[in-house]
Design a protein around this ligand. Structure first.
Ligand code: NDP
Length: 333
């Protein structure tokens, strides 16, 4: 069986040479473990942090060891009563064709009509819960708010904008990196306005898209986007700080917002969060989202890359914006 190992820690932008595809013996599951055949795995921005030494919010990957991440698959062998052979499961040992996993670390997935298994890596999984927790708990979104989301055509951002629309936002503005993504946001996802952040200063584009300002900002990008949003937030505005991908590959600390005094004057709240601290919201999140998927009100788009061989390419391409919606890698038939 094959698995991806971390070969080197990058300085700046990672390259294919930082990874190695390794052929290895398939181990038998021990008591309490299951053997899973991976059908799809996730590539996510937080994995860039796991390539670095030391702790970010997720533990660093070890050099010369298999990498980890979200994956779905089918149980081939089981030494646990809780997880029978044939179960479809979600677990944290992605980046490999087969995984031997403790049954306690496996979520057995329900068979939901019309819901592909890969949705548990995206709209119904970690990115979806991130969007939900950030918008509703951290940013305290309520009906009538005007919302701005950066990274709006990605896995998390595309859901934030749609959740806001479905819950009665007065306006939903998004930024993204290509004209196609911008069109997708306004034409397919129901954003009120969207802009390509390459077209000029974010502050100018945001002022044009939301001339009356915003109440809520959901930040996936950081840097210039954060400064522009602070400038656009109205009195008592709220921001959920989810990520800052514009700085993940930089080798120097990115500049901070120069307008922090507005946080005082406008009495803003800026709250950072990690999805893992909000898993108590999972039942209400999954119920609402499954309902919107069934009714067709929510668009869940995936960019699918075929084959474990191409997993690193998919990861590097995702960091550069090749994905619309959730980037997933299909691993086996
Ligand atoms: P996405 O699906 O949004 O993929 C990443 C996207 O980032 C790319 O498609 C690209 O789109 C955009 N991007 C890359 N470089 C830049 C740049 N320099 N400036 C602006 N945009 C850029 O990923 P996710 O939805 O999975 O994650 C989105 C954010 O949420 C990330 O910051 C991630 O770290 C964070 N996150 C945080 C969690 C938490 O618990 N706090 C949990 C999950 C995610 P484009 O073409 O628009 O540039």
């Amino acid at each position: 069986t094959r698995e991806w190992h971390l070969a080197a820690r990058p300085h700046g932008e990672p390259t294919p040479a930082d990874f190695r595809l390794v052929e290895t013996e398939l181990a038998d599951p021990a008591d309490g473990q299951v053997l899973v055949r991976t059908t799809a795995m996730s590539v996510d921005p937080y994995m860039r942090g796991r390539m670095n030494a030391g702790r970010s919010y997720a533990a660093a990957w070890e050099l010369g060891e298999p990498m980890q991440g979200g994956a779905v698959g089918e149980v081939l062998q089981s030494r646990s009563d809780r997880v029978p052979v044939g179960s479809r499961v979600l677990h944290g040992l992605g980046w490999r064709e087969h995984a031997v996993v403790d049954a306690s670390q496996v979520v057995v997935l329900p068979e939901l009509e019309g819901i592909p298994l890969t949705y548990h890596l995206g709209v119904l999984g970690m990115p979806g819960l991130t969007a939900w927790a950030g918008l509703f708990r951290l940013a305290e979104f309520h009906e009538g708010d005007a919302v701005f989301v950066s990274g709006a055509a990605g896995a998390v951002g595309s859901l934030v904008g749609q959740f806001a629309r479905l819950r009665g936002a007065s306006a939903v503005v998004g930024s993204a990196g290509t004209p196609e993504k911008v069109r997708w946001l306004t034409e397919e996802l129901g954003f009120t306005a969207a802009f390509d952040y390459h077209d000029g200063p974010v502050r100018t584009s945001l002022a044009a898209a939301a001339p009356d300002g915003i109440d809520v900002f959901f930040d996936n990008v950081g840097g210039e986007h954060l400064e522009a949003a602070i400038g656009a937030l109205r009195l008592h505005g709220r921001a959920a700080l989810c990520g800052a991908i514009s700085g993940y590959n930089t080798t120097e600390a990115p500049p901070g917002p120069r307008n922090m005094m507005l946080v005082v004057g406008q009495q803003l709240s800026l709250r950072g969060f990690i999805v893992g601290s909000h898993t108590d919201l999972r039942p209400e999140f999954q119920e609402a989202v499954a309902g919107w998927l069934r009714s067709g009100e929510l668009v869940a788009r995936e960019t699918v890359v075929e084959g474990l061989d191409h997993a690193v390419t998919a990861f590097l391409d995702m960091l550069r914006g090749a994905n619309t919606g959730k980037m997933v890698v299909r691993v086996g038939g």
